[in-house]
Structure formats: structure tokens, C-alpha cells
Design a binder for this molecule. Structure first.
Ligand SMILES: NC(=O)c1ccc[n+]([C@@H]2O[C@H](COP(=O)([O-])OP(=O)(O)OC[C@H]3O[C@@H](n4cnc5c(N)ncnc54)[C@H](OP(=O)(O)O)[C@@H]3O)[C@@H](O)[C@H]2O)c1
Length: 265
């Protein structure tokens, strides 16, 4: 099957102020049909405004909204408010597709090992940001777009299916988040809903810089350093191109985990 991105779309991207989310938001927007709506979420207004300008510079007839929100504390009422504000005066059924890209993510405290992370408050904040907010937003999105074709992408990681030292927050959060979307895909298999768990590879962003600086896993920190020093670390542009190809070729089954490196040399 082939997936045509050129539809009148409501596109919501979380973590759109920098990194992978910023790049994907702009590249996706470039494929959408006139009359589409793009909604960008993150905390940093300046980064969101930059993403919005890049989308507007494409010169397409799109409406772009930005909302500053802290996903580590966000409640479902805030998600509903964002959906309502961005849909004012618009009939949801006028969209050919509702597309949500759950990209925002944090890596957690990588200086600690799995047996040093005993503070439940830390876990609470981490899971609120990376799992609970994602689920809550997704539920409100589904309620709002009842009867509209839906495309749901979760930006996951190899860490969601394989353990890495110093990454207990990240690996367990990604595993929980990915399993939620796999359940969603099973439940929605007879509906017009397509779910993808996309693992982008190790990318040159603030997240991998933080791991390189702070990880107690020396092997991992050294690996990222080597990739940076030799300029072999993947870029947001490279993973976004692969992501678009994965979507458009649609060789995956709803709910699948697809990695950047699948089918690569
Ligand atoms: N980089 C990699 O190698 C890699 C590999 C596999 C998977 N991933 C995944 O890809 C996604 C994007 O990562 P990235 O590398 O682009 O990271 P990044 O550069 O650190 O960007 C993270 C994004 O999430 C947003 N965010 C962080 N905390 C937030 C909060 N409390 N509330 C709202 N938004 C928040 C940030 O915006 P604000 O700070 O403005 O809020 C930013 O837009 C994540 O899910 C990550 O796990 C990355």
C-alpha cells in the first residue's frame, strides 16, 4: 500500500521546538494539501515560533498554531483546550486525515544506574512527561476526531526494545509508551486508523549531547562522542527523509516498530 500525505490534514506535532520534531513538522507540512492545519507543541515559544516561520516560508495555504505547554505536568483539560482552540470554526469532518506525531521526549537522569533511581517523584515526573501525557493527548485527539481517518506516529527508540546501561528511565518509558500504541493498533484494527512506532536512530540533537555529557555508561557516551567527532552521527534531515519514505511506502503493519536502520546497509 502507498500512503498519500497530500490530503487536507490536521497535523499535531509534540516537541516541535527543536531537534527531530522541528524537522519532521516542517517536512511533513511541505507535503500537506492547502487548507491543512498544523499544531505545534513544546515549552519554548521561541523554538515553536521558528518552526512556525519555517512552515510559513513554504508559502503554502496552511494555518499554523503554536502552544507552549509543559508535558511533564499537563492535564487532559489542557489538551482539550488546545484541540478546541485550533479547531475553532472548523468542522473536524472537513479534514481528510487527522495526524498526530507524538515526538516530544526526554532522556531522564542518565547519571544514575537502575539501582540508584529510587525516588518515586523522579519516576512520576518522567512518566508523566513521556507516557501519561502522551496517552492523555492521544485519547483526547481520538475523541475529537471521531469518524475521521487517523494516522498516529509514536517516536520510539531501540531503547524501547533493548536495554542500555544508564538508561533505565528512558528504556522503561519508551517500552511502556510503545506498548500503549501497540494495544491501540490492535484495538483499532478494523477502523480507519494507522499506527506507526518509528525509531529514528541515534541523531545529532540536544538529547544525544546530554547523554554524551552525563551518561554513567562510558561505552555509550564514548560511542556518541566518536560519532560526533567523525561526523557520522545521523542528522534530523536524514531520519526525516527515511521517516517519510517509511510512511509513504507503508510496508509496515499498524502498530509495528520500524527502525531507521531497517533495510539500511
Ligand atoms: N536523538 C536521538 O538520538 C533519538 C533516538 C531515538 C529516539 N529519539 C526520540 O526522538 C524524540 C525527539 O528527540 P530529540 O532528539 O529531537 O530531542 P530534543 O532535541 O531534546 O527535543 C525534544 C523536544 O521535546 C520537547 N520537550 C522536552 N521536554 C518537554 C516538556 N516538559 N514539555 C513539552 N515539551 C517538551 C522539547 O521542547 P521544549 O524544551 O521547548 O519543551 C523539544 O522540542 C524523543 O521522543 C526521543 O526520545 C531520539
Amino acid at each position: 500500500m502507498v500512503l498519500d500525505l497530500e490530503k487536507r490534514t490536521y497535523l499535531l506535532v509534540t516537541g516541535a521546538s527543536r531537534g527531530i520534531g522541528q524537522r519532521m513538522a516542517v517536512e511533513l507540512a511541505d507535503h500537506l494539501k492547502a487548507g491543512s492545519v498544523v499544531v505545534l507543541l513544546a515549552r519554548t515559544e521561541q523554538g515553536l515560533a521558528q518552526t512556525k516561520s519555517s512552515i510559513e516560508a513554504l508559502g503554502k495555504d496552511l494555518k499554523v498554531y503554536i502552544f507552549s505547554i509543559d508535558l511533564s505536568t499537563a492535564k487532559k483539560s489542557q489538551f482539550l483546550e488546545i484541540l478546541d482552540k485550533s479547531l475553532q470554526g472548523v468542522n473536524v469532518r472537513s479534514f481528510e486525515r487527522a495526524f498526530i506525531l507524538h515526538n516530544a521526549g526526554t532522556v531522564g537522569d542518565v547519571s544514575k544506574s537502575a539501582v540508584e533511581s529510587s525516588d518515586t517523584d523522579d519516576w512520576q515526573v518522567y512518566f508523566h512527561m513521556n507516557v501519561f501525557s502522551v496517552i492523555s493527548l492521544n485519547c483526547e485527539f481520538f475523541r475529537k476526531f471521531t469518524g475521521v481517518s487517523k494516522l498516529v506516529v509514536n517516536i520510539t527508540s531501540k531503547c524501547g526494545i533493548e536495554p542500555y546501561g544508564s538508561m533505565s528511565f528512558y528504556c522503561s518509558g519508551k517500552a511502556a509508551r510503545e506498548m500503549y500504541f501497540r494495544v491501540l493498533a490492535v484495538e483499532q484494527e478494523n477502523e480507519d486508523v494507522l499506527v506507526l512506532n518509528y525509531a529514528p536512530g541515534a541523531i545529532d540533537t540536544e538529547m544525544t549531547e546530554l547523554v554524551q555529557r552525563q551518561s554513567s555508561n562510558k561505552e555509550l557516551a564514548d560511542f556518541f562522542k566518536m560519532q560526533r567527532d567523525t561526523k557520522t552521527m545521523l542528522t534530523t534531515g536524514q531520519t526525516t527523509q527515511k521517516f517519510l519514505k517509511v510512511l509513504q511506502e507503508q510496508k509496515f503493519k499498524s502498530g509495528d516498530h520500524v527502525d531507521y536502520w531497517d533495510d539500511e546497509e
